[in-house]
Design a protein. Sequence first.
Length: 160
Amino acid sequence: MDIKNRKEAARKKSLGELGELFAIKALVDKKFDRIRNLNDNIMNETFADIECEKDGIKYVVSVKARNKYQKDGKLNARYNLGANVYEKALSAEEKYNAFAYWMAIQFDKNSFSIYFGSLKDLNGSKAIPVDKCEKRIIGETWECNKRHYFDFDYYTNQAK
């Protein structure tokens, strides 16, 4: 792997880790309990990044953090959940006795948005339709273009 590819892989990994931190804070703000980053014990746990509870209901949450815009400037409208997502989610639901949910965290240079929903709401789709989340057609909007205060240049998609 050349230096350019290593830097891009590191940038994406770092963006994912930043997304998980934002996800944990959002869950705390929404009064979830027993929040646990599953990657602390098993890196790349099947389907889920976070396990949590609220009102006695257990959740396993797949967190997807992305730049709001693609390299070409178009809206990054769909966040892929990966191959065999439904099989992996079922496995995680059984392992943790929980319901499978997703959280999409959309970063821009000065702001972020957070969307949360059940995997079942995607009706078989393997991607989170963030464009529909923005329009409040699917999932819940937890934050919408909220200001963040960090230098985002490192995380921004770079045109080739």
